[in-house]
Design a protein around this ligand. Structure first.
Ligand code: FAD
Length: 482
């Protein structure tokens, strides 16, 4: 890894140019910071190492976690309150949720919705209720965190809060609504007079005493320096593309699919650390379960011993975390023909099982389980499901039905999860980067996946784009007044 040791301002000969605010990385967080810094009267330059705007944001499903009674929720007949949203997120993003950030995030969610709409982001008032990663075209609201499943349905009144920008002809994984969000943010920033520089990478910060005053930038191999009079915002994504950092902080995330870009190389986190910034939750990450959510909720998820360990209808990122971090990826999915057919109808996903049999004892042998283990698990589940109950894992009655032969088993041992990191620089609710002592590092702000934010340990879809845009804005406002 290249050195991120800061340079002293006295070592800089000439500044290529000066600006009030320098924004490093132009995805959701950087664009939101830029827009608000410009609105605060600052001259803003944003640089991005890639050849254009967007980063991971432009690839995303686009779900943004908003609630407390947004116009889209109300139009869909959904009741929600700030208190319910806070109670849910506090439980779902823990352990160790950032309660100060959660409080301002929930209290200001309606204002944030209005701001996104003012930026031109379109939302459609139609609710999608089938478990899936992305709502299809035509739907603008969905459950994205297991709000209506155990254990959260008993903690806070469930409400769907994943707000998805409207987009026609979606193709999950290829053409998704994150691009729509990003396009409107980039256009708004351009209208606000933000200057953007692509193929321009920040390698090191420049400090004057303990204050960050600029950065070294490299464009097509040419090195120069930019002075930032009021301050600098680090919004350059996470560290899922940096294997050495993963090995150091979160080794279980290694060897999976990165949900992100090469830009998630941790450079901004390291630059912050090099000037004394603290970090939080570096072990945490989003870990998408490696099978269709529509199949998962209709199946039995089994550990290496053939036992269930979590309700299969929960948010598939939470099920993924439990499978990756607690079960070490040693898992199987058992389902039947009805589950298979319903999944195909719901999502078009065709399941190709590893093993098929009418006989649980035969499957037990194929799976390498102890004799009787699978028969006991399925027997217990079926007997309770007959009565609409699941005393073991508390799956909701909507999905409870005794499984019937023939059974299919997906062997998911060592399957690849789709991951991105959620730990990063420790910041205040204003986006100030905080030192090991908890004091702001003068001149330095950060947002998005460069920071630890709303997703502390637990993650819900929409909290990354929600947190990146919301706290990006706050960092932009703070740096402009700096
Ligand atoms: C397929 C997919 C689906 C997803 N779906 C959702 C979803 O529905 N909801 C949700 O909330 N989240 C979702 N996510 C996650 C979410 O997209 C990201 O976590 C979020 O976009 C991060 O925003 P950001 O602004 O922090 O980073 P990014 O959008 O990645 O922007 C960071 C930018 O910084 C640049 N950069 C990096 N290093 C440097 C450097 N040293 N100098 C200059 N520039 C640099 C990068 O090139 C990049 O453009 C999804 C992600 C993917 C890939």
């Amino acid at each position: 890894m290249s050195s991120v040791a800061p340079l002293q301002a006295s070592e800089v000969g000439d500044w290529a140019f000066e600006t009030d605010v320098l924004v490093v990385g132009f995805g959701a967080a950087g664009a939101s910071a830029s827009i608000e810094a410009a609105a605060g009267g600052a001259d803003v330059h944003a640089v991005d190492a890639a050849g254009g705007w967007g980063g991971a944001t432009a690839m995303a499903g686009g779900s943004i976690y908003l609630g407390g009674g947004t116009p889209i929720q109300r139009a869909c007949g959904v009741e929600d309150t700030v208190e319910a949203m806070f109670a849910f997120l506090r439980a779902a993003t823990g352990p160790d949720p950032d309660e100060a950030k959660l409080a301002v995030y929930c209290e200001n969610s309606l204002e944030h919705f209005d701001w996104l709409v003012r930026c031109g982001v379109p939302f459609e008032p139609r609710l999608w209720t089938e478990p899936s990663w992305e709502a299809p075209s035509g739907y603008g609201l969905m459950f994205t965190g297991g709000e209506n499943a155990y254990p959260f349905a008993d903690i806070a009144a469930p409400a769907p809060r994943g707000h998805v920008p409207a987009m026609t002809n979606k193709k999950p994984g290829e053409r998704s609504a994150g691009w729509v969000l990003m396009k409107h943010l980039a256009d708004t920033a351009a209208d606000a007079g933000v200057h953007t520089h692509y193929n321009t990478r920040v390698g090191r910060l420049v400090v004057d005493g303990d204050r960050v005053v600029g950065a070294e930038v490299v464009t097509f191999g040419e090195r120069s320096f930019v002075k930032a009079r009021r301050g600098l915002v680090l919004s350059a994504g996470g560290f899922g593309a940096n294997e050495a950092m993963l090995a150091q902080h979160s080794p279980r995330l290694l060897g999976n699919h990165l949900t992100g870009t090469d830009g998630d190389d941790g450079s901004a986190i390291r630059m912050g650390q090099a000037v004394g910034a603290a970090v939080r939750h570096m072990e945490a990450g989003q870990t998408a379960f490696p099978a269709d959510p529509a199949l998962l909720c209709r199946s039995l998820l089994l550990d290496r011993h053939g036992n269930r360990f979590i309700n299969e209808d929960g948010y598939p990122g939470r099920v993924g975390q439990a499978s990756l971090f607690r079960q070490d990826r040693q898992i199987f999915l058992l389902y039947d023909d009805t589950a298979n057919e319903e999944t195909q109808q719901a999502s078009g996903y065709v399941v190709e099982p590893t093993w098929v049999s009418d006989d649980l004892a035969e499957l037990e042998t194929e799976m390498g389980l102890a004799p009787g283990a699978l028969t006991a698990t399925v027997g217990l589940y079926n007997a309770a499901a007959e009565k609409g109950e699941d005393p073991v894992c508390h799956k909701s009655a909507r999905w409870l039905r005794p499984l019937k032969p023939p059974y299919g088993v997906l062997d998911l041992r060592n399957a690849m999860f789709s991951i991105f990191t959620t730990g990063g620089l420790y910041t205040s609710v204003h986006g100030e980067v905080l030192s090991l002592d908890g004091d702001p590092v003068p001149g330095l702000y950060a947002a998005g996946r460069t920071t630890s934010g709303i997703p502390a340990w637990g993650y819900c879809s929409g909290t990354s784009l929600g947190d990146s845009t919301f706290f990006g804005r706050r960092a932009g406002r703070a740096v402009a007044s700096g």
